[in-house]
Design a protein around this ligand. Structure first.
Ligand SMILES: C[S@@+](CC[C@H](N)C(=O)[O-])C[C@H]1O[C@@H](n2cnc3c(N)ncnc32)[C@H](O)[C@@H]1O
Length: 267
């Protein structure tokens, strides 16, 4: 199976694109999606227009400078600012965080393909691709600058495909993805519940969703930092209710300072 076949055409809605040397093509209507800096643009700009960032944090994510400095400077600072010292320390830094995602997804025991939704600069996409060399790993994000950095980092990985897409409207066919992570991004979505519905739609039965969120109980300083950045905090109890209404089952969670990672399954 080719990764392109997981995607649907924005023009005719037909499932299953085909990958050429530097583009994806719809076999039904021949619409073409050329590759640009290592990714394909599958955002429905024709019907929806260019998205405008709604929060201060998302405005930063659309900056080329931030994208270049993201892994070393911005990610650790965000995690510290929004989740407190314990969020990174309890996970064991980014490597420890990846270890949790990888094991929660069950990469070694389950079939892919794997989705890194809102992949940013592709750090976790790359780690997933290395951990699952026999599976496709799809990285989707709405920010062009973040995807450009991801594209340069993933050059040479034969099992990844990066695309620009909106998490609220995934350009993926139904029941195609074995498991997905959403790391450090739930807090910036306009409508997380809609994203959960989309994720549920694209997961195969038995597929796993592992997400990270910032806890609603935090110190005044951390709550204030979040409010300034326009980020959403989550009450795990409420979140679990939303997810079970969408249809997910088997909710599990671990708390890491002011952040938590949760895992669910599509029955
Ligand atoms: C804080 S970064 C996290 C990146 C990466 N997952 C990580 O763990 O470092 C949040 C990402 O969410 C992306 N994002 C925000 N809104 C989105 C949307 N509606 N659809 C897809 N991605 C979105 C941003 O562009 C940004 O790259």
């Amino acid at each position: 199976m080719e990764a392109a076949s997981l995607f649907v055409c924005l023009e005719c809605g037909g499932a299953g694109l085909e990958q050429g040397s530097r583009s994806l093509t719809c076999p039904s209507c021949r619409a073409r999606y050329p590759e640009d800096s290592g990714h394909y643009d599958l955002l429905d700009i024709k019907n929806r227009g260019e998205p405008t960032p709604a929060t201060a944090e998302q405005r930063l994510m659309e900056s080329e400078l931030v994208a270049r400095l993201y892994d070393r400077t911005f990610r650790p600072a965000f995690v510290r600012l929004l989740g407190g010292r314990g969020a990174a320390k309890n996970a064991g830094g980014l490597a420890g965080e990846f270890f949790i995602y990888k094991n929660a997804l069950g990469i070694e025991d389950r079939p892919g393909p794997w989705l890194d939704l809102s992949c940013g600069t592709g750090t976790l996409t790359r780690a997933l691709a290395g951990a699952a060399p026999g599976d496709w790993v799809i990285g989707l994000d709405i920010s062009r600058p973040m995807l450009e950095v991801a594209g340069s980092r993933l050059r040479g990985y034969g099992n990844t495909l990066l695309a620009r897409a909106d998490a609220h409207e995934l350009p993926l066919a139904d029941e195609t993805i074995g498991g997905s992570i959403i790391a450090s991004a739930l807090h910036v979505y306009d409508d997380p519940e809609r994203v959960f519905h989309e994720l549920f739609r694209v997961l195969i039965p038995g597929g796993v969703f592992v997400g990270q969120a910032f806890h609603h109980k935090a110190s005044m300083f951390h709550r204030l930092a979040g409010q300034i950045g326009g980020i959403r905090r989550f009450d795990p109890y409420e979140l679990r209710g939303w997810l079970s209404r969408v249809g997910f089952v088997d909710y599990e969670e671990i708390r890491l300072g002011g952040s938590f990672i949760f895992r669910l399954r599509k029955p």
